[in-house]
Each structure stands twice: as C-alpha cells, then as structure tokens.
Design a protein around this ligand. Sequence first.
Ligand code: UDP
Length: 259
Amino acid sequence: MARSPLAALSILSVPVHDVTYAETLDVLGEFIASGKPHQVCTVNPEFVMKARENPAFGAVLRGADLCLPDGVGLLWAAKLKGHRLRERVAGSTLMYPLAERAAQAGWRVFYLGAAPGIATKTAAILQARYPSLQVAGTYSGDDSPAESEKIIRLVHESRADVLLVAFGNPKQDFWIARYAQRLAVPVMVGVGGSFDFVAGVAKRAPLGWQKLGLEWLHRLLNEPKRWRRMLALPRFAWAVALERNSVVEWKDAVKKFSS
Ligand code: UDP
C-alpha cells in the first residue's frame, strides 16, 4: 500500500519533515524496498541560513527525499509560528537506532568521510554493539572528482543499502545530490560530525542538556572556534520571528516554488 506523503513544514523555504526516530527508520526501510536512490539531509538552523545565502544549497534541500528535523531551533520555530514538529531527529543519535535496524533487517551500511580512520572506528564500534550489523565498507575520502570516481566504484562493489556521508555540510549534501544517480544507493544520508561523536573524538552534550534543548550551547562551550558559524542561530531566530510566512505547511510552500 502506498503511504501518504510525509507531513513537512517549510521553514524559511527549507523543507523539514515532521518525523520521529521510529518513523524515520520505517521511511528508510521503504526507500530500501523501492531500490531507487534517495537523499536524506539532516537539517538544522545553520543549514537553513546557508540555504538563504546559497540558492543552490536550497535547491538541494528542496530536492531531497527526506529532511530530518536535526536541530532544536527548528522545533522552536515551528512552535512560535503555531505549527508543530513532534521530535528532534538528530543524525548523531540516529547512528545507533539505524545500525540496530540495519542489523535486524540485513541492511548493508557504508560509512564514508570524516578524518582518516574515523569511519572505520565508527563502524567497528557499532558492529561491536550490534554484532549482526553488515558493514558494506568504510572509507575516509573526499569530494574531489578523482576520489569521487573511486568512491563510486567502492560503493558499487559493496552493494550498500545505506551510505552515510560525513564530508561536512553543505559539501556532503551537494556531493550526494551530484552523484546520487551514479551511486544508486537507496538511502544516502549527509551526517555531518556524527562519526566523530560515535568514535569519541568529539563529545556530545550530556542527555540533560540535550533534553533542555541546549546541545548547541554545549557545542559552543566545547568548540569555541565555532562561534562565527553559530551566529547563524540568532540570525535564524530573528528571521523566523520577524518574517511573515517564515513557517508554513510544506504543501503551501510548494505552490510558491512552482508558481
Ligand atoms: N569533514 C570532512 N571533509 C571536509 C570537511 C569536514 O570529512 O572537507 C568532516 C569532518 O571530519 C567532520 C564532519 O565532516 O567529521 C563535520 O561536519 P559538519 O561540520 O557538517 O558537522 P556538524 O555540523 O554535524 O558538526
């Protein structure tokens, strides 16, 4: 039975799907069952602000099959404007339930990107936790044309069902969009710094901070070099609060883009 389209909001013209972790895993399962390539983006306020400055990035996000609400600021924006996103679905948290579901369902997962050795370490840690996880492959690599050709070969040989790409945003999302048809993996997700968290080279905020929606503050305190990047957060809040129609149902936004 065909599922009805997923509900999504347009937040400053970027789609954000209203999905929970459980629903995300089910949708990924449907993508895999279809066998066709699908792009998944882990959207947060920084993505939204980058998309405003870079229309090509906005087009990539609007072209993605699933845009996860990976940022508490998105939930806040929805609420402020009388809408609702039920749950934050963080790419770095999803790494674990995704590995668990992959182990149960026999999905083959390829870990691509991050600093040398990190993808392999990430896969090893997850495999130790979920012993039946099938790791299709791991590779550090980058988005250069020569490396991309090599990666496409490796990915084809690996028969991966899921390709997790940690090249940093927006690079990873542009890269997936560019090579999606050639990679032809049913689920391709840009996961940012998620491998660094699993591998333990970066520390996530304690659960209490996460529950209070303060993961961004923990990040700023631990990686003060990010302050310039993180100015996107107040700019995002400002734009959402002040602009009319900053948050609308996605189906209303589609009319705007197609007119
Ligand atoms: N990264 C990479 N190649 C690059 C830039 C970044 O592999 O040219 C990796 C980096 O090692 C780290 C991740 O991308 O693992 C960080 O991504 P991002 O900044 O998007 O992370 P987040 O916002 O999720 O922290």
